[in-house]
Design a protein around this ligand. Sequence first.
Ligand SMILES: NC(=O)c1ccc[n+]([C@@H]2O[C@H](COP(=O)([O-])OP(=O)(O)OC[C@H]3O[C@@H](n4cnc5c(N)ncnc54)[C@H](O)[C@@H]3O)[C@@H](O)[C@H]2O)c1
Length: 356
Amino acid sequence: MSNNWRLTAGVVGAGTGGMLSIKALQSSSRYELVGVADVSEAARDRAVHQGVEAQMFPDATTLLETARPEVICVSTFAPSHPEIVEVALEAGVRGVLLEKPIALDWASGRATLDRLEREQVPVVVPHGLLVRPASSEVLRHVSAGRIGDVEVIEIECHGWDLINAGVHWLDFALAATPGDDVERVFAACDVSTRTHRDGIEVETEAITYAVTRSGVRLVMQTGDNVRPAREGKELVFRLYGSRGSLEFWGWEDRYWCRASDGQGSSMAITTTPPQEMSAHQIYLEMLADMVIKAEPQYELAELSLRALEICDAAYLSNRHHCVVTLPLPSFVPPASQVWCPGAAYRGRGGRDGRGL
Ligand SMILES: NC(=O)c1ccc[n+]([C@@H]2O[C@H](COP(=O)([O-])OP(=O)(O)OC[C@H]3O[C@@H](n4cnc5c(N)ncnc54)[C@H](O)[C@@H]3O)[C@@H](O)[C@H]2O)c1
């Protein structure tokens, strides 16, 4: 129970994401960490060795029933998120920090957000790029028109996949194109290494291409073997506009801006001051405000769900060898067919492309 000035909080999943929430809760004056749950004894022991003093539990249900936290941080892998949110709502939590990706696919993510919205329980999804100094300054330049109209957003990401990491990058791309919707998604995945990550089968390498209603192109390469064109970088964002471009490197506190203003063009490298408060704490402070004022806001969680919709569409595009049009609920996979681009025409069927 809260002692008037602090919200009690619990964390489910004591791995990398969970520790970010644990540290943020411990740094905040508005929370008291009352319990941590993890199915792995080794993970619980590791958390204790890292100085976490809260009570440890073997699962979310026992944590919720015993410690009765008002706020829960769901920091397990995506496929388990909906079920843990459900258990937490049944236990009467007042706020949820839900890690990205919200769920394994758009439909279960939609159902989870609908459930939270119906119960009017606030939720935050910590997407660090929206609050880090360099990347949020890039967003401010875009919205101030510094590079003109955004035409292409290109992302190169080494060592990570579309759903676990790409969902962050797409969330950022959507934030850079407000008021616009992705209409078409096309993707191809190489699966030769049979890579799995965070409880999900993922691509060895993938290319995702999405087009918004206004014509902005999003082009994202993800995977084990992607080598970003910028020397020494593992993650590169390039935003090209009608009057310039911006480039930054994920979590780094620096960005480049090349812009022309009619009188000439300029190139500036800006270093932003290091972030004082962690991204997880910024999101947890937002959540505390929403819980205390009983004013839930869902825009940022909805943005995260739209990013997940693009991930889901990209995997469907690869699975069905077709362009996927959004919104996803209206997508019907085409009947499978034998048609091999690049092979000699077999002389029957199909459409004569010279008749375009
Ligand atoms: N927002 C961010 O910046 C950020 C950073 C890291 C991870 N994450 C997210 O956090 C989530 C977890 O990833 P991670 O990197 O911490 O993985 P991890 O492997 O480091 O930790 C996951 C932990 O959850 C535990 N777990 C799994 N299923 C459980 C269940 N049903 N109940 C209780 N415990 C369970 C595992 O034993 C493990 O200790 C993912 O959704 C990931 O995308 C987000």
